[in-house]
Design a protein around this ligand. Structure first.
Ligand code: C5P
Ligand code: MG
Length: 314
C-alpha cells in the first residue's frame, strides 16, 4: 500500500499543475504597471468562472464621467456631462462662474480620502441641487444641447469604439449608471455613434416644458454616493438584464461600487476602478475596494481585454 501512495499522488499533482497551466488567464494587459490587484488569484478565478458561464450570462454596469470618458487630455481636464453645459449657448457667464465656484468647493470634498461617505453625503446633495437650480434658472433649450456637446471637448476613453461595438455585437447589455446629466451623456454617445440598442441609462434627466425649455430635473437625484438607491426598482424592470448574474463593473469613484446592488442573485462580480486623481492618497482604499485598479490609465484597454477573455469561452 505504502508503495502506491506516491504513485497515487504524483499524477494528481501533475494533473493539477497542468490544469492550472491550462486555465491560467492569459491577459497581457493585466501585467501593465498601471494595473494593481489586491488578489490576483481571485481576479483570475472570477474571470474563469465568468468565461465558463458564457456571454449570455454577462452584463456590464458602468459609470460614465471619468470612467467611460477620459479624465484628462494633453494636461487639461476633460469636461464631465455637467461641465459640457458650460457653453454660452446654454448658460450665462455669471452662471458659469457660480458653477465653477461650486466645483472648486465640492470636487475636492468628493475625492477627499480623509472624509467618510457619511460626511460627504449631505455635501454632495448640496452641490448637485445647487448646480441643478442654477441650470434651471438659465432657461436652457433642449434643441441647443447637441450643438453644445459638439462644441465641447467631451472625450470617451481610447478604445471606446471596440468597447461599445463589441458589447453590442455580442448582445451584452451595458447599463450606464451616472450621476451626470442623462440627456448630455446620451448625446455624447449618439455623436460618437455608440449609443447602441444594448445600452441602458440610469441618470439625472432634464425635464423640459412643451416649448422645450428646462424646468426641472426628473426623478430622484443621483449623486456620487447614492448609486444604490432607486437602482433596484429601475434595474429590476429591465428585461434585458434578467438571467445575467455575472457583472463586470467599471467606475472611478468608491461610490460606484454599489451600482450592482440592484442585480438579482449576482454570481460573479468583477470590479474595475479607474484611479484618476489624488492617486497616492487614495491608492490603498481603491486597492482594498476594487478587484482591479487602473492608475492614470486613459484607455479602455483593460476592460476590453477582460471582455474579450470572458466572451471567448463559448
Ligand atoms: O457619471 P458620473 O456618475 O461619474 O458623474 C458624476 C461626476 O460628475 C462626479 O464624479 C463629479 O465629479 C462630476 N460633477 C461635476 N459637476 C457637478 C456635479 C458633478 O463635474 N455639478
Ligand atoms: Mg465617474
Amino acid at each position: 500500500m505504502i508503495y502506491h501512495i506516491p504513485w497515487m499522488y504524483m499524477p494528481v499533482r501533475t494533473v493539477l499543475a497542468m490544469w492550472n497551466q491550462l486555465t491560467k488567464t492569459e491577459i497581457p494587459e493585466l501585467a501593465r504597471s498601471s494595473v494593481l490587484m489586491r488578489e490576483r488569484s481571485r481576479v483570475e478565478e472570477t474571470l474563469q468562472a465568468m468565461q465558463r458561464a458564457g456571454t449570455e450570462r454577462l452584463q456590464v454596469i458602468s459609470d460614465f464621467d471619468m470612467t467611460l470618458t477620459r479624465f484628462a487630455h494633453n494636461g487639461s481636464r476633460v469636461p464631465t456631462t455637467h461641465n459640457i453645459l458650460d457653453n454660452r449657448l446654454l448658460i450665462s457667464e455669471a452662471c458659469t462662474r457660480k458653477i465653477r465656484q461650486l466645483l472648486n468647493t465640492y470636487y475636492p470634498i468628493e475625492i477627499d480620502a480623509g472624509r467618510t461617505v457619511e460626511e460627504k453625503l449631505p455635501l454632495m446633495v448640496k452641490w448637485w441641487t445647487s448646480v441643478h437650480d442654477l441650470l434651471i434658472d438659465q432657461n436652457i433649450r433642449k434643441d441647443m444641447l447637441s450643438q453644445a456637446v459638439r462644441e465641447s471637448n467631451a472625450m470617451l476613453r481610447d478604445g471606446y469604439k471596440v468597447f461599445f461595438d463589441s458589447l453590442a455585437e455580442r448582445q451584452v447589455p451595458l447599463l450606464i449608471f451616472s450621476a451626470g446629466v442623462g440627456d448630455v451623456l446620451e448625446e455624447v454617445m449618439r455623436q460618437k455613434l455608440v449609443f447602441h440598442p444594448n445600452v441602458h441609462v440610469i441618470s439625472n434627466y432634464m425635464d423640459f416644458d412643451h416649448t422645450g425649455v428646462l424646468r426641472a430635473f426628473k426623478g430622484p437625484l443621483i449623486h456620487t454616493f447614492n448609486k444604490q438607491e432607486g437602482s433596484v426598482q429601475q434595474v429590476v424592470h429591465l428585461k434585458q438584464l434578467e438571467g445575467r448574474p455575472n457583472v463586470l463593473l467599471l467606475g472611478d469613484s468608491l461610490g460606484d461600487l454599489t451600482m450592482a446592488d440592484g442585480v438579482t442573485q449576482p454570481q460573479n462580480v468583477l470590479t474595475v476602478g479607474f484611479l484618476n486623481d489624488q492617486v497616492e492618497e487614495r491608492k490603498e482604499s481603491y486597492i482594498n475596494a476594487f478587484d482591479i485598479v487602473l492608475v492614470r490609465d486613459e484607455t479602455l484597454d483593460v476592460p476590453n481585454a477582460l471582455l474579450s477573455y470572458i466572451t471567448s469561452g463559448k
